[in-house]
Design a protein around this ligand. Structure first.
Ligand SMILES: [Zn+2]
Length: 80
């Protein structure tokens, strides 16, 4: 049941901080934390998760009634 569910897979860490991730169902998809430096592993993971979440919703869970989100490139709501 959970096996086929698309999941985020962290592919690159810089000094232990997640910097790049992919989708297990779409290996060609790459998520990056962006140009800004993230200070903590937690923040890096949260940023990637956010991008993955957007990818998941638009690619794997299409809801025709819902408007598409604007593409968020390295979007971050919080400043370090
Ligand atoms: Zn995917």
């Amino acid at each position: 049941m959970e096996t086929n569910k698309p999941r985020m897979l962290i592919t690159e860490r810089i000094q232990g901080i997640p910097a790049e991730a992919t989708c297990r169902s779409c290996p060609e998809t790459i998520f990056r934390t962006g140009e800004d430096i993230v200070e903590t592993a937690e923040e890096g993971e949260r940023t990637l998760k956010d991008l993955f979440d957007h990818h998941f919703r638009t690619v794997h869970e299409e809801k025709p009634s819902k408007p598409r989100y604007a593409k968020r490139k390295g979007a971050r709501n919080e400043q370090v």
